[in-house]
Ligand binder design. Structure first.
Ligand SMILES: Cc1ncc(COP(=O)(O)O)c(C=O)c1O
Length: 412
């Protein structure tokens, strides 16, 4: 049996959750947008600045060496957390968006030609859509789309035809709107059989599931620290080492070079070849601390906790609101994560989120950076509640009570 989360203890680790808003206990249900940060992360970053702040890979004095060691130790920690074979398979970037752009601007521009097909899905975040649309406008690559089934999963009935001749499949491991978890290994097998590479947008998966890039057999995996208890300003791109070796650099400047003369430059080794300029050092340290924190909780326990809280909430939403509320996402708890998107009949998503804010309940309303998906769903926006390690049934109950009030408010 997997260990259970002690949510009361976890809550106590997050200082912001002690806050009151409008005189009420803060109920934070927007972790799909960004998670809250535990003391362990705040302390690690504070300690770094207080004790060994210096630029990395440059100075030979003691605190510069300590800073470099902390920066690279964090890389090893994050790399191991996602099953990388070596720390150097992990490139620091600002966020998942930059990781995907890095692949689009380096690997894709070096390898894709006019008319080459790329396969995306209708549930992608704009971060995994727009870089490919920019490429399509510039290079004429053809974008193909995997549609959805009526139960909000990928419709794979036409996958072979979509992958025919494709050079890349770029797919989310977990939808930030629907919560749908995609079977990445099966998709990667199909893509590789067709000769395509596989990029996984793991921005919602790494925070909530045990991820193993080797078991996925992916080629590129992108994720952000800020959605997994870490700071903003840092994310990671994992890629197969042979791909990283062959890819041209992304941005030019300090750190990414080995030699520079008036005639040109040679690149640094991987992964620094992709890390131009002074990196987000304190943020890397914070990212490492966040991963240590999650590893201590245990990702199986995290997943089990979120599944049970999601099941509880879906069931309660059904019982309280029946047909007045539509939930956009799979009902099978094994096939989804803890992002629950919904709409009340006749009430705008933003109006709901404003009214529940009066109860100090933070939910997100809007298109969730997934406008193609909104169009497929036939709605302009949804309200989304999303859970993480510090949420419990009392938080779900607070949401339900606030929604009852909102529904009553708009009934008049
Ligand atoms: C599925 C998914 N992909 C990509 C992103 C982009 O993440 P970031 O803004 O950290 O680059 C998000 C953020 O919401 C997301 O949910």
């Amino acid at each position: 049996m997997s260990p259970r989360l002690d949510v009361a203890r976890v809550k106590a680790d997050f200082p912001i959750l002690k806050r009151q808003v409008n005189g009420k206990r803060l109920v934070y249900l927007d972790s799909a947008a960004t998670s809250q940060k535990p003391l362990a992360v705040l302390d690690a970053m504070d300690r770094y600045y207080r004790e060994c702040n210096a630029n990395v890979h440059r100075g030979v004095y003691t605190i510069a060496e300590e800073a470099t060691a902390a920066f690279e130790a964090a890389r090893a920690t994050v790399a191991a957390f996602v099953g990388a074979g070596h720390a150097h398979e992990l490139v620091w970037v600002r966020n998942a968006t930059e990781a995907i752009n890095l692949v689009a601007y380096t690997w894709a521009r070096a390898n894709l030609r006019d008319g080459d097909p790329i396969v995306l899905t209708h549930m992608e975040h704009h971060a995994n859509v727009v870089p490919w649309q920019i490429l399509a406008a510039e290079r004429g690559v053809e974008i193909r789309w995997i549609p959805l089934t009526p139960d909000f999963r990928l419709d794979l009935s036409g996958l072979d035809a979509l992958l025919d001749g494709a050079r890349l499949l770029a797919v989310s491991a977990m939808s930030n709107v629907l919560g749908t978890i995609n079977d990445i290994r099966a998709l990667a097998d199909a893509a590789h059989a067709a000769g395509a590479h596989v990029l996984v947008d793991a921005c919602q998966a790494v925070p909530h599931l045990a991820v193993d890039v080797a078991a996925w057999d992916a080629d590129f995996v992108a994720f952000s620290a800020h959605k997994m208890c870490g700071p903003t300003g840092i994310g990671a791109l994992w890629a197969r080492p042979e791909l990283l070796e062959a890819m041209p650099p992304f941005m030019g400047g300090g750190e990414m070079i080995s030699q520079v003369t008036v005639d040109g430059f040679t690149t640094n080794e991987v992964p620094w070849k992709f890390e131009a300029g002074t990196p987000a050092i304190a943020e890397a340290v914070g990212f490492g601390a966040a991963v240590d924190y999650l590893a201590d909780l245990g990702m199986d326990a995290v997943r089990e906790h979120e599944q049970s809280l999601t099941a509880y909430t879906l069931d309660a939403l059904d019982r309280r609101f029946g047909d007045n509320l539509t939930i956009y996402g799979p009902r099978d708890i094994e096939a989804r994560g803890g992002a629950i998107s919904f709409l009340f009949e006749g009430i705008h998503a933003h109006d709901i989120s404003q009214v529940v804010d009066e109860e100090a309940v933070c939910v997100r309303a809007g298109h969730h950076c997934a406008k193609p998906l909104m169009r497929v769903l036939g709605v302009p926006a949804t309200t989304r509640a999303s859970f993480y390690v510090y949420n419990d049934e009392a938080d779900a109950d607070a949401l339900l009570d606030a929604l009852v009030r909102a529904e009553q408010f708009f009934a008049f």
